[in-house]
Design a protein around this ligand. Structure first.
Ligand code: MN
Length: 240
C-alpha cells in the first residue's frame, strides 16, 4: 500500500552511511534544506516513473525539524508536484512530535496548508516525544505511526501492549489512521491486527530496498526503473 523513502549515503571512503550518521550534522547546518529538497524531488521523480508504468505507489518522506521551519518548504513542494505531475495524495510527509513541538503554531499552519492541497501528513515515531495531547488534537494530520520501541516486544511485554492498544484507540477516536512501525514477526503482526491497527511497516513486510528492487519484489517482473530512493514497504490489514 505504500513505501517510505529512506536515505543512505554511499561514501567513497567511509562506505555506506546511515541517516543517523549524517542527518544530525546536516541539521546543524543549512545543508538539511538542500538534502530535504533533494529527497522530495527524488520521490516525485520516482513516483512519476512508477505512475507511468501503472504502479501508483504512495511514498512518504521524512521532514526534519529544521526543514519544518523553512519558509519556502510549501512553495517548493507545490512546485515539485506540479513539475513532475505528482498527484498530491501520493505524497506523505512524516514529521516527528519533537519537530512539531518546536513551534506548534507554525507547524499547524504549514501542515494545514499542505493538507489542504491533498498531501498526507503523518506523525512519525509517535510516543517518543513530548507532544501534548491538546496539540495532537489540533494538528492537521491524517495518521500516527507508533514508534517501533513500543511495537517490537508487543507480543511479550504487557506494558508495551497496553501502550500500543491505548495509542490505537486514541488515534481512532481522534479520527486518525494508525500505523505500527518496526514489525518484524508474524505474531506481532497478528496481535496488531486483533487490536485494530490499520497498517504495519517493518522487516516483516520488507527490509529497505533500492527503488527498482522494491517494484520487482511487490509487482513481480515489472520493468525496473533506475532510482536512488530506498524504500521500506508497508502493508495493510484492511483493503478498503
Ligand atoms: Mn519515518
Amino acid at each position: 500500500m505504500g513505501a517510505e523513502a529512506l536515505a543512505r549515503w554511499q561514501h567513497p571512503e567511509l562506505g555506506l552511511l546511515l541517516p543517523q550518521q549524517f542527518i544530525p550534522l546536516a541539521e546543524q547546518t543549512e545543508l538539511i534544506h538542500p538534502l530535504t529538497h533533494w529527497a522530495i524531488e527524488e520521490v516525485a521523480r520516482q513516483v512519476r516513473a512508477w505512475n507511468d508504468i501503472g504502479a501508483a505507489v504512495p511514498v512518504a518522506v521524512n521532514v526534519s525539524t529544521r526543514s519544518l521551519q523553512e519558509p519556502m518548504l510549501v512553495d517548493f513542494i507545490v512546485e515539485v508536484m506540479a513539475s513532475w505531475k505528482m498527484p498530491p495524495g501520493q505524497l506523505k510527509l512524516e514529521v516527528t512530535e519533537s519537530a512539531l513541538m518546536v513551534n506548534p503554531p507554525r507547524a499547524i499552519e504549514l501542515l494545514g496548508h499542505l493538507r489542504s492541497l491533498g498531501v498526507r501528513i503523518a506523525i512519525d515515531d509517535f510516543g517518543t516525544g513530548y507532544s501534548s495531547l491538546s496539540y495532537v488534537k489540533r494538528l492537521p494530520v491524517h495518521e500516527i505511526k507508533i514508534d517501533k520501541s513500543f511495537v517490537m516486544n508487543l507480543a511479550t511485554d504487557k506494558h508495551d501492549l497496553a501502550i500500543v492498544r491505548s495509542t490505537i484507540e486514541l488515534g481512532h477516536n481522534l479520527g486518525l489512521e494508525v500505523v505500527a512501525e518496526g514489525v518484524e514477526d508474524q505474531e506481532t503482526s497478528d496481535r496488531l491486527a486483533e487490536l485494530g491497527c490499520d497498517s504495519i511497516q517493518g522487516y516483516l513486510v520488507s527490509r529497505p530496498l533500492p527503488a527498482a528492487a522494491l517494484l520487482e519484489q511487490f509487482l513481480g517482473g515489472a520493468p525496473a526503473t533506475p532510482g536512488l530512493v530506498l524504500a521500506a514497504a508497508r502493508t495493510a490489514y484492511r483493503g478498503d
